[in-house]
Design a protein around this ligand. Structure first.
Ligand SMILES: *[C@@H]1O[C@H](CO)[C@@H](O)[C@H](O)[C@H]1NC(C)=O
Length: 351
């Protein structure tokens, strides 16, 4: 059965020529995934849509404009999920999210637009990993091939899901400050951390998601475990470039590296940004952004002051992604902006 599914998915994705005439119907389930996750998913979706496939996505972050893509916005506020990352660091961010996730996921699952979706009518389902776990409940017993889209490198428990062999003896666990090659003590700690993080997911997080989902009457009482449902996925697309991984390590063929998919040639910059960058002369420009998850307003005042002070001493100009138009003590070599064309700014350095 598994082989049959893999072949079907491969057929869907690879034989684009014959599919042009009658595209497949594809469902994308990632209603709780954030903006940066969608940057990656969006490229996969747009490519399939360009090839004539018809995609329906369950999202709370509509951002794809394409004739063959229908975005079903569940209008769900996912912002309470992300803690203040200046106060919660490293693993605590994960733990805090893990505690909020089961309830929030069940809440999103209860939205009517979700129940109006008839999964059996689709030829293929993509599901965004990490935050949409309770949505695996919708896939239990459904004979539609599933592909997981993973917006970063492969995290420990996904190795079990796709049947990959994990090597804590030489591959540092994501989020630990250890680097390859590790010392004996580091390898020992890494092995324990690997075991601990898998156990945390399998014995705490996934069971809490299943419990919250069943308690809300949204998942069948006799539902298989999320781990088992997810394990029937044909592939996992990961947003990583294999040649850039350290150490180089083996993967089963079900793990498809698709990192860099969202990169494109730089477009010309808006006039004000272009002249700001040019005006920096030989010293150059520094681009400073904390990404889409960290809210600049959460930054403690003493942190902000340190950045301002250091930037003011630099010969370079600085473009700082910040959520307000001004700030106290802004040095003349720093320009603030709420939104910036990141790829075009970074690409401007090449030209
Ligand atoms: C949408 O899909 C159809 C086939 O189903 C295809 O002919 C058309 O070119 C696609 N549209 C775009 C904008 O790619």
């Amino acid at each position: 059965m598994q082989v049959c599914k893999v072949q079907l998915v491969a057929l869907l994705l690879l034989s684009c020529g014959s599919m042009n005439s009658h595209g497949s119907k594809i469902l994308v389930i990632a209603p709780l995934s954030g903006k940066s996750h969608w940057q990656f998913f969006g490229e996969i979706i747009k490519t399939l849509a360009d090839h004539g496939h018809h995609i329906t996505s369950l999202t709370s972050m509509p951002m794809i404009r394409h004739d063959n893509v229908t975005e079903t916005d569940i209008e769900f506020d996912r912002s309470p999920l992300i803690p203040n990352t200046f106060e919660n660091r490293g693993w605590w961010v994960g733990i805090s999210m893990m505690n909020k996730m089961p309830g929030m996921c069940a809440e999103a699952l209860s939205i009517k637009k979700v129940h109006d979706i008839k999964i059996q009518e689709y030829d293929l389902v993509f599901i965004g990993s990490f935050v949409n776990d309770c949505f695996f409940g919708l896939l239990d017993g459904i004979e539609v091939p599933v592909i997981i889209m993973n917006p970063n490198a492969l995290f420990t428990y996904f190795h079990d899901i796709v049947g990959n062999v994990d090597f804590p003896s030489f591959v540092p666990v994501i989020g630990l400050p250890m680097k390859y090659p590790m010392t004996f003590t580091q390898r020992l700690l890494n092995t324990l951390a690997n075991f601990f993080s898998s156990a945390l997911i399998n014995f705490y997080y996934h069971p809490s998601v299943e419990k919250a989902c069943k308690a809300a009457g949204l998942c069948p009482r006799d539902m298989r475990s999320i781990q088992d449902i997810a394990a029937k996925s044909a592939f996992i697309f990961i947003n990583n470039v294999q040649a850039l991984e350290t150490p180089v390590r083996p993967y089963v063929p079900a793990v498809i590296h698709a990192g860099g998919l969202n990169c494109r040639p730089a477009q010309p910059l808006p006039e004000d940004l272009a002249s700001w960058i040019e005006g920096s002369g030989d010293a150059g420009t520094i681009y400073f952004s904390l990404g889409s998850i960290v809210k600049p307003k959460d930054m403690p005042e003493n942190f902000r002051e340190v950045f301002v002070k250091v930037f003011s001493t630099l010969p370079q100009r600085v473009i700082w992604k910040w959520d307000e138009a001004s700030m106290p003590g802004l040095p003349p070599n720093v320009k603030l902006a709420k939104w910036l064309p990141q790829q075009d700014i970074l690409g401007a350095w090449d030209s």
